[in-house]
Design a protein around this ligand. Structure first.
Ligand code: AKG
Ligand code: FE2
Length: 262
């Protein structure tokens, strides 16, 4: 019997990663919806082990404790404070960085698994995925206890790969507006951003259970996670990759997201 540290952390019976038809179906779903949810991707044993590793370390999590614009950039002083580029939203979730994830965590086995990376490439339609060159960004564990949330934003990277570890009793809903901007054409999506922040634009909700793998095109999909309600902390893993090798976050970005540079 495996201990859950090997590639068996992925339920490969339910999710035949090497199967071309399966890959095609996943890619079609991602392209159609901007997001893909694969329930039961991680075994219950692997999820339980990572929860047991992570939950007691909530006090070590870093909380940026500041507001940000939806583009995750500094404000533009030439624009008004209420311009969609400068409007501020609050994020209060905490995180453990890659260097706080144990060396023997099943999360590392999955992250490094060539079969998993091949599958991601096939579904995302890219040639390769690479780890971040810095020590903090590749695998993160997010914590949102009661009242904590992740405000509306676009990701810096073109795609995001997450796994829910523990669902809260209420709240903690992933909401999104697919293709709210078109970064390929330079369209910033200002009208949509204004409307979403005013609560005047329809949003979609993505539902997923612990153990689900979630892929979404976070650079162009405006998304947020609503505040956790109740005593159970929302716990989620983010697997971050680059499409180019040797790229790390800048020191100023590391300082913003992790409060340190290494
Ligand atoms: O917590 C989630 O489900 C999404 C996380 C996310 O959007 C991010 O880390 O940028
Ligand atoms: Fe995001």
């Amino acid at each position: 019997m495996s201990t859950g540290t090997g590639p068996s952390a992925i339920d490969r019976d339910r999710h035949p990663l090497d199967d071309d038809d399966h890959r095609r179906r996943c890619r079609a779903a991602l392209d159609a919806d901007g997001a893909l949810v694969l329930e039961g991707f991680f075994t219950a044993e692997a999820v339980a082990r990572v929860v047991a590793d992570s939950a007691p370390r909530e006090a070590e999590a870093f909380y940026a404790g500041s507001t940000h614009n939806v583009y995750l950039t500094p404000p533009d002083p030439d624009l008004a404070d209420d311009h969609p580029f400068n409007r501020q939203v609050a994020s209060s979730k905490g995180l453990l960085a890659d260097d706080q994830v144990p060396a023997d965590s099943p999360l590392r086995t999955v992250y490094d698994d060539p079969g998993f990376r091949d599958f991601l490439c096939a579904v995302l339609g890219i040639d390769a995925v690479h780890p971040y060159a810095d020590d903090l960004s590749s695998i993160n564990v997010h914590f949102a206890s009661a009242g904590r949330e992740l405000g509306w934003h676009f990701d810096n990277s073109s795609f995001a790969v997450t796994m829910l570890l523990q669902a809260p009793e209420g709240g903690g809903r992933f909401e999104y507006v697919p293709a709210a901007r078109r970064s390929a054409t330079g369209d910033m999506g200002f009208e949509v951003v204004d409307a979403v922040l005013d609560g005047a634009h329809p949003v979609e909700t993505l539902s997923f259970e612990p153990g689900a793998l979630v892929l979404f095109r976070g650079r162009d999909a405006l998304h947020r996670v609503t505040p956790t309600e109740g005593p159970v902390t929302r716990l989620l893993v983010v697997f971050a990759f680059n499409d180019q090798p040797g790229i790390g976050l800048s020191d100023s970005a590391l300082q913003t997201f992790y409060g340190r540079t290494g």
